[in-house]
Design a protein around this ligand. Structure first.
Ligand code: PLP
Length: 219
């Protein structure tokens, strides 16, 4: 199947309310161009330098999402153009995003990454840290960031019940967050689900899926 066919196939299976982020990390410009020509406008990358290189080479109506872990000292390279940063997991990082966004006179949209998996290795906030972040005075003072919602990754397992439990947990964290009506936020987005588990994620309330290998093939 071609990239265009894969995209078509996935799109027909998604509810209209769910945004598809085409995860193009490690893939060449020629692959991204095929997806672009098939109508895809939202791309996800996990390395800032690679995303900046691709942004320079690709048409300018693409929305670039940073889905990987973000190092504070690299925020400046994506601040001029990034559309949504999925992996925000500290006040310090958010402050740097705010600072760089201010330089470009922009408001940068962000998702707060929650740790929902069992594995120790995955990044993200727990619920206590989330609460501390959104209630910090420094958080309310920022004027160039906006929180659109949450992002999470389930445990890497075949156990569907476990994945479902983790996705439902993220949805409940989102609902709770929304009920608190935090500053600097417009809570619309739950980014969860990848090639192997996006159907399940949608059943659990996902509004944004990040799909790579099912579109572009293995890496
Ligand atoms: C690579 C990646 C994806 C896409 O994974 P696939 O299994 O190829 O769909 C989604 N989210 C994050 C954070 C990733 O790093």
């Amino acid at each position: 199947m071609t990239i265009a066919e894969n995209l078509q196939h996935i799109k027909t299976s998604l509810p209209e309310t769910v945004t598809l982020v085409a995860v193009s990390k490690t893939k060449p410009i020629s692959d991204l161009t095929q997806a672009y020509e098939a109508g895809q406008r939202v791309f996800g990358e996990n390395k800032i330098q690679e995303m900046a290189d691709k942004w320079e080479q690709m048409p300018k109506d693409i929305q670039w999402h940073m889905i990987g872990h973000v190092q504070t000292n690299k925020v400046k390279y994506m601040a001029p153009f990034v559309s949504l940063i999925h992996g925000v997991d500290s006040l310090k990082l958010l402050q740097e995003i705010n600072k760089q966004a201010t330089k470009y006179n922009r408001v940068i949209d962000c998702l707060l990454q929650l740790h929902i998996a069992e594995e120790e290795t995955k990044f993200g906030l727990d619920e206590k840290e989330l609460n501390e972040l959104i209630t910090a005075p420094e958080f309310a003072a920022m004027q160039n960031i906006q929180i659109l919602g949450v992002m999470g990754m389930a445990t890497f397992t075949d156990n569907q019940e476990q994945i479902k439990k983790e996705f439902k947990h993220l949805k409940s964290i989102f609902d709770h967050l929304k009920s608190k009506n935090p500053a600097n936020s417009n809570l619309t987005t739950i980014s969860m689900g990848m090639s192997g588990d996006y159907q399940l994620a949608i059943d659990c309330g996902s509004t944004m899926v990040r799909i790579g290998s099912s579109i572009f093939g293995g890496r």
